[in-house]
Design a protein around this ligand. Sequence first.
Ligand SMILES: Nc1ncnc2c1ncn2[C@@H]1O[C@H](COP(=O)(O)OP(=O)(O)O)[C@@H](O)[C@H]1O
Ligand SMILES: [Mg+2]
Length: 258
Amino acid sequence: MNNLILEVNDVAVAFGGVKAVNGATMSVEVGSVTSVIGPNGAGKTTLFNLISGATKPDSGTILFQGFEIQKLLPHKIAGRGIVRTFQGAKVIKRLSVIDNLMLGAQNNPGDNLINFFNPRARNAFEKQARERAMALLKQVGIERFANDYAGILSGGQRKLLDLARALMAEPVMLLLDEPFAGVNPTLVEKLLEVLHDLRTEHHLTFLLVEHDLETVMNISDRVVVMAEGRVIADGLPNSIYENQAVVDAYLGTRKLKS
Ligand SMILES: Nc1ncnc2c1ncn2[C@@H]1O[C@H](COP(=O)(O)OP(=O)(O)O)[C@@H](O)[C@H]1O
Ligand SMILES: [Mg+2]
């Protein structure tokens, strides 16, 4: 066993004629923060969909803790500990904040036919899940909204809720798709603080897609650069700036824009 928690080997998937991911290879070390960057359309979100099982690869393998997962259904992959948040922070607006979290609870005995007829097991589970949900809301700093509709939350607060929802499933590795996009600076600070605690206290591993390069450089142990469905560079944050292929494919166009 090595210290790689995730290994993506030569993975490809095409939609119609579009090769969204076209032979991508990358890995993530246990306990690290690894960021995937790259221009729009590079295949970053598709890579996340492949890792979480929402999309099946046409070829290649994905290993999590040494096991091949590329053929598993999404809930089986989540059960192994890979949990994701969404680019648009998926919350159900007409449900209370705490009930949004209750949906993220796993192994609900209510889903199991035998336990379905055992109200005691169900109630005990409910109570435990609710306590856990409140603790997580507190951890991300939105417990005061627990009984409000999720629809009243700001964009940044929804991201915090989406993060808490992901934590309900007790992840080993979190996939965060643009966690800082559209979040005001105060909430970015909060989010960074929560991520830091999760890492140091709960030893979670993070894989994230993020556009804000300054944040990426600050928080990442490794940076993976994608362009046109491939991984074109992979290394320490500072090494990325010195990579000519990266400057050409990504940083160059970014600099021209600003
Ligand atoms: N479900 C889909 N159907 C068709 N094309 C898709 C689908 N998902 C992604 N693509 C295409 O695949 C490419 C990579 O998209 P995406 O993974 O969303 O990139 P990124 O997240 O890096 O911006 C884009 O050209 C996109 O239009
Ligand atoms: Mg994307």
